[in-house]
Design a binder for this molecule. Sequence first.
Ligand code: DC
Length: 225
Amino acid sequence: MPHPVVVAIDGPAGAGKSTIARRVAARLGFVYIDSGAMYRAVALWAVRENMDLEDAARLERVADTARIEFAPGGSTVFLDGEDVSEAIRTPGVSQAASIVSAIPGVRRALVEQQRRMGATESVVMEGRDIGSVVFPNADVKVFLDADPAARTQRRALELEAKGEPVSSEEVARELAERDRRDSTRAAAPLVEAPGAIRVDTTRLSIEEVEQVILELIAQRVSTAR
Ligand code: DC
């Protein structure tokens, strides 16, 4: 039986990872995994329990014991059986996720779960360290990027569509803060993984980015087999 295919998509917030990863997975019949949602679920737990976000030992225990599951399609996320898909997307949880994801023990626990998810089924997994740490031997590694202004605009439109308008200045500040934290932390910082193909999505439509990635996958996977 051929081994399951792993497509790793990394990049900063607002580069288009979720939209693209979900579409590519649907096109190929692969499982879509949003690894950021897992860090967000741990952060949500911590915020609800009013935990100190720097309490590494306690947060590691949360990451080890939290039951984080995805419904088929990957967009609905459950934390211990509760649908938290909306609750994990607030600006407060975004910032908390960026803080708790810097804790090595939290990363260890979630990376173990992510590797198990990619061991048996073909997956498109998106995050910050999928091509560098979780699956360094992924069949295809993509680093999605876009200008900060484009990423800010996308995130602002997303929040507006959800009925939570935030000023562009505030979104830009929040993204810059997360980018800085995600790329400068000691544990598995956001980096372009060796062998990753960089795709700048600033001036591309969703369909164009999807096409580029589907072609890459077709090339890589057919040469590997
Ligand atoms: O992709 P996202 O914005 O939903 O991710 C939320 C936070 O989780 C982000 O600030 C960085 C962190 N993260 C991570 O450290 N490693 C991953 N593989 C995915 C997300």
